[in-house]
Design a protein. Sequence first.
Length: 278
Amino acid sequence: MKFRPCIDIHNGLVKQIIGGSLTDQKDQALENFVSAKDAAWYARLYRERGLNGGHIILLNPASSPYYEADLSQARGALGAFEGGMQIGGGITDENAARFLDWGASHVIVTSFVFKDGHIHMDRLKQLAKKIGRSHLVLDLSCKMRPGLPGKNISDGHSPENGPDYYIVTDRWQKFTDVAISEETFALLEPYCSEFLIHAVDVEGKSQGVEAGLIERLGRLTALPVTYAGGIHTTDDIALIRRLGQGRMDFTVGSALDLFGGPLAFDALCAQYGPHRVQ
């Protein structure tokens, strides 16, 4: 179990936002934190601590007037930690190689593969063939689907028939018809090397993790999984370790002291970084 750091870029700035509040209309989002430092500063810090495998997420669409500023921030970060960070946000078969050339270890993809609410295996196969599955991470960020039963399960035991989580796309604004299930993972695993999963209902709220989702993820795939969403205390991290059977990595965003939160970056590095105390 490892600590995977993050850099979220919105409107040309490093931010932490409430994920469910993101909208393309006027490039708006509810902000938890806006950094005075650029993305390269964070990337250099992660490189110095040996925190490989973190992710950079571009939160504006390519149509946004802020997108070029997002790209500039991202390119600076990738150059500052060459081969050490993944990048996602608007990745397609046409631009994926560019980000790898800029120094990304992997590209992270959702909307290109899950288009118009459905999974497009032809697109996934095409992208995996073009850049190699070893450079591809699939983002299966998800939400509970409205109208279906389910609740946040604090004891890690999912009730029968729920909760039901469905993959969301387009910066977490649109539901797909693809559920988080054994069948979904079996279909996708041959074409990627990792999964990144934000629990969007709790993302950025620092009010606890989606334990029911974590328990499910811990038994659905043997590929590396990084969980993000709702982490606020060390108890949340301990719960991820237990329910994820020690195999699931985690990302801390708004709760991290680097982004104005209570959890100490240095302490997480010491316990879950590459030189962690056993």
